[in-house]
Design a protein around this ligand. Sequence first.
Ligand code: NDP
Length: 281
Amino acid sequence: MSFIIDGKTIAATIKDELRQEVELLKAQGKSCALAVIQVGNDPASSVYVRNKKNACNYIGITSLSYELPEETTEEELLACIDQLNEDPNVHGILCQLPLPRHMDENKVIRRISPKKDVDGFHPENVGALTIGQEGFVSCTPAGIIQLLKRSNIPMEGKHCVVVGRSNIVGKPMALLMLQENATVTVCHSRTQNLKEICKEADILIVAIGKPQFINEEYVKDGAVVIDVGIHRMEDGHLCGDVDFESVSPKASAITPVPGGVGPMTICMLMHNCVEAMKRFS
Ligand code: NDP
């Protein structure tokens, strides 16, 4: 029987730590604000935005909402970002992705000041992570490091296999594991012998976006398995990229879906926001 890594409880603990910190900062006259921009009303994005606002409210971060209509031009969005970049009372800026098709996401990400880029997507922050300097780190991989640390799972010297090389999960994940002195292998859709490589992992981190793709045949006995994927199946239940039922008896520790990696993403966003205020205001 494997140890279930309880992301819900760990995220709640971090949120409480942040809440206390924000309270202390407020007592010193310092307050923290996050601007959340949503263009259009994609239902999934609206749920994420609402969850982010709720987390802000809980922790004591002011959330400023910018709900722009679908027809907003790229120029108008960039002007909104410019204004928030200049505003000393705004510490973090988040532009909910995906953006409507007529907008260039890379251009929009680049426009957010790196000092307020609490998503950690700006090339300057990605570059800082690559060379091990201070910057904002993408929230999901940063949350996974917290899950491992707070579950007392050692990373140093371990072979970590990351499946997926996206800019927001796989690549920053690999860099963070390297910083933790793991030996890292990154796999993707062109990888040959995926099963064999995954089977060598002491820590297997899966972010491929394919429901229950990784089964017990990919997992070494006693491996730690982190499932980033999240999918709603036809019958309404949620599952990850890992087939929890077949993998969990083999793993020494595993994250469930829901309640594993998911809750960590928003709490690391809140962490970045408080850091932005402490570093730059
Ligand atoms: P992307 O679609 O951007 O990237 C998927 C990656 O997986 C790509 O690098 C792709 O390779 C690789 N891949 C796809 N199929 C295979 C395969 N058969 N074998 C090996 N590699 C494969 O996804 P994201 O990184 O954005 O997200 C991954 C999953 O995590 C999704 O389910 C997403 O919903 C979830 N997610 C969850 C979050 C949370 O907070 N819990 C946050 C972010 C994401 P290639 O580069 O060659 O195409």
